[in-house]
Design a binder for this molecule. Structure first.
Ligand SMILES: [Zn+2]
Length: 338
C-alpha cells in the first residue's frame, strides 16, 4: 500500500507538477525576454527619435521662487511648459502648435538673455510658465493623469526640432488665451518700436465658445475712482456728464485705444491693468450708480490665441496651418538648419 502511494505521487509529480513548473519557468523566461526586447525596441526608438539640438540640447532653467538653476533637456522642459500653458484636453494639433511656440520662445530667450545665470525662468509674468510633472499630475483627475501626460509628450516629440522663423531667425512667439475674435498689434500693447512684421491683426472664428471669451466687471462710482486713484490721485469724474466717461478711440482690432475718465485720458491697456479687466477689448455701460465693463477675450491679444488654435484644430487645421495663421509670413524650420 505504501509503495502504491509512492508510485501514485511520483506519477502525479511527473505528469502534472513538473510540467507545470517547467511551463512557469518558460513563461517567466519568455516574458523577461519579451520585456528586454520591448526595452531594446523602445531604446532603439528613443535613440532614433532623439533630436540632436546641438547648442540647445540642455537649457538652464531658473526656478524663480527658490533661485535654483536647473539644467534640463529642452524637450523634457517643453512638456512641463506645454502642460502649464494649455489645457491638456485641447486638440492635439493645438497642443502641437503650443509645443512649437514654446520651443521657439525658449530658443529666442536663449539668444536674447534676460537672466544672468540662466536661459529662462519659470515665472509666467517674466518668461514662460512651467510646472513640475509631479504637481501637474496631482492637479489632474487620477484616471486622466497617464493619458494626459502621454498626449503632451506626443505633441512635443512629434514636433521635435521644429521652431518658427522669420527671415531665418526664431520669432518672438507671443501668445495669449483668447483674442476675442481678433488679435492685436504689439505697438498697441507695449508702445512704439515694438512692432514685428509677423505680428499682425488676424481674425479667428469660433472663440466665443470658450469661457475665456466674455467676462464683465461691475464697479460702483466710488470703486472705479478708488482704482483709478492708485495711479491718478487727482482724478475727477462727473458721472452725470456722458462726455466724462467715454471711449475716444479704438485700435484696428477693435480694442480700446483711448478712454476718457474725467480730467484724464488713459490707454485701453492701462485701464485693463488698473481695473483688472481680462483684456482691452471692452465696452462701458452705466447701470444706475454702477459702471459695467463688458469684456471680450483674455490676455494682451498679440500672436497666437490658444483657444483660437483649438478652434482651428477642431475645424481640421494642422499645427503648421495654425501657426501660419497667427504669425504672418513665417516658416517652420528645423532648428539645426538655421
Ligand atoms: Zn524670466
Amino acid at each position: 500500500m505504501k509503495k502504491f502511494f509512492i508510485y501514485f505521487f511520483a506519477f502525479i509529480f511527473i505528469c502534472f507538477i513538473l510540467p507545470a513548473l517547467l511551463t512557469k519557468r518558460n513563461i517567466e523566461t519568455s516574458s523577461n525576454v519579451q520585456a528586454e526586447n520591448l526595452n531594446a525596441t523602445s531604446e532603439a526608438q528613443n535613440n532614433e527619435e532623439k533630436y540632436n539640438y546641438k547648442n540647445y540640447g540642455i537649457i538652464k532653467l531658473l526656478h524663480h521662487e527658490t533661485g535654483e538653476v536647473e539644467e534640463v533637456e529642452l524637450d523634457t522642459y517643453l512638456c512641463n511648459v506645454v502642460s502649464a500653458e494649455m489645457p491638456a484636453d485641447f486638440e492635439i494639433e493645438a497642443l502641437k502648435a503650443q509645443a512649437v511656440v514654446a520651443r521657439t520662445y525658449t530658443v529666442y530667450k536663449i539668444q536674447n538673455k534676460k537672466h544672468e545665470n540662466a536661459d529662462i525662468c519659470d515665472d509666467s509674468n517674466c518668461c514662460q510658465a512651467w510646472v513640475s510633472k509631479e504637481d501637474r499630475l496631482a492637479r489632474w483627475d487620477e484616471n486622466l493623469r497617464e493619458s494626459n501626460w502621454k498626449k503632451i509628450e506626443e505633441c512635443v516629440n512629434t514636433t521635435k526640432g521644429k521652431i518658427i522663423t522669420y527671415e531665418n531667425k526664431p520669432i518672438n512667439a507671443f501668445f495669449h488665451a483668447n483674442s476675442g475674435g481678433t488679435t492685436e498689434l504689439p505697438v498697441n500693447v507695449w508702445g512704439g518700436g515694438s512692432n514685428l512684421p509677423y505680428l499682425q491683426v488676424v481674425e479667428t472664428a469660433g472663440e466665443e465658445g470658450y469661457t475665456q471669451y466674455s467676462s464683465e466687471v461691475i464697479l460702483t462710482q466710488e470703486e472705479l475712482l478708488e482704482k483709478l486713484k492708485t495711479k491718478y490721485e487727482d482724478i475727477q469724474i462727473n458721472f452725470e456728464n456722458s462726455e466724462d466717461l467715454k471711449i475716444l478711440e479704438y485700435t484696428d482690432s477693435n480694442r480700446v485705444k483711448t478712454i476718457k475718465f474725467g480730467n484724464h485720458e488713459l490707454s485701453g491697456v492701462e485701464t485693463r491693468t488698473l481695473l483688472g479687466l481680462r483684456s482691452a477689448n471692452f465696452e462701458i455701460t452705466k447701470q444706475d450708480d454702477k459702471i459695467k465693463f463688458t469684456v471680450k477675450g483674455y490676455g494682451h491679444g498679440v500672436g497666437m490665441s490658444q483657444t483660437g488654435a483649438d478652434t482651428m484644430a477642431k475645424q481640421g487645421s494642422n499645427y503648421e496651418e495654425i501657426i501660419k495663421h497667427f504669425y504672418v509670413g513665417v516658416e517652420i524650420k528645423e532648428i539645426n538648419s538655421l
